[in-house]
Write a protein that binds this ligand. Structure first.
Ligand code: PEP
Length: 257
């Protein structure tokens, strides 16, 4: 973390879990577990149908609400899709873009990710852009090159003044939902590299202002060490964000003066 230059953001990714009526219980439990959170922003990225309940229930807790996906198109004949304008109108502030599950199961490419990033920023929302390598790529020593390509592709056409809204999440695919976390050293190396790629495009001032999260089996046991790395500015948390006690422990790890 480096709070002098950028925000620390702890974001939960509920994936396809929890119904609208379960949101209230979660919010009440979380409220009882976290004190005044001063040193980090908290976000819950919920399924579309949970978003109205999330916005209602998390308001007093100062938890921002995010979506897990959005259409790259502004409106029109795209059955089943949800636009940035719809999310903004609801009060959603963040959108996860390019999660590896969407790349893997729903055919999202670097090009789609870039279009979604541009649409989200145009609407004034904050994209949480996910990048990260497979185990095979890591074993072949391709991690840094692969992640560089993903970062550059995601940012094509993004104006420098929009960069303060962009959040990156480094999520090695082999660490997502597997219980196998990247070591603090591995995570720090790639987050540092992502910042270097941003610096090469936008310069040092922009690069140091961008929040870069780590995601991949982050939990109450490993959060302190990961968050202590200077280039890791928070976490994108799947499994542990579904359990108020576990999510609160990670928030408390980030909420240190
Ligand atoms: C994720 O889905 O973004 C994630 C990091 O999941 P988990 O924490 O369960 O590995």
């Amino acid at each position: 973390m480096n709070r002098k230059y950028r925000k620390t953001v702890i974001a939960g990714n509920w994936k396809m879990n929890k119904t609208p009526s379960q949101v209230k219980d979660f919010a009440e439990s979380l409220k009882a577990l976290i004190g005044r959170v001063k040193w980090c922003d908290i976000v819950i990225c919920a399924p579309f149908v949970d978003l109205p309940a999330g916005i209602r229930q998390f308001k007093d807790l100062h938890v921002g609400v995010g979506a897990q996906n959005v259409s790259e198109h502004p409106s029109g004949a795209y059955t089943g899709e949800v636009s940035v304008e719809m999310l903004r109108d609801l009060g959603v502030k963040y959108v996860i873009v390019g999660h590896s599950e969407r790349r893997q199961y729903f055919g999202e490419t670097d090009d789609t990710v870039n279009k979604k990033v541009l649409a989200v920023l145009e609407a004034g929302l904050q994209p949480i852009v996910c990048v990260g390598e497979s185990l095979d790529q890591r074993d072949k020593g391709l991690t840094l090159d692969f992640v560089s390509c993903q970062v550059k592709a995601a940012l094509a056409g993004v104006a420098p003044e929009k960069m303060r809204k962009v959040i990156f999440a480094y999520e090695p695919i082999w660490a997502i939902g597997t219980g196998r976390t990247a070591t603090a050293h591995q995570a720090a190396e790639v987050c540092h590299h992502i910042r270097a790629v941003i610096r090469s495009i936008y310069g040092a001032r922009v690069a140091r202002s961008v929040t870069i999260q780590y995601g991949g089996s982050m939990n109450d046991q490993n959060a302190y060490e990961l968050l202590a790395q200077p280039d890791i500015d928070g976490g994108l948390i799947g499994g542990a964000s579904l359990v108020p006690e576990k999510f609160a422990a990670i928030i408390n790890a980030a909420n240190q003066e």
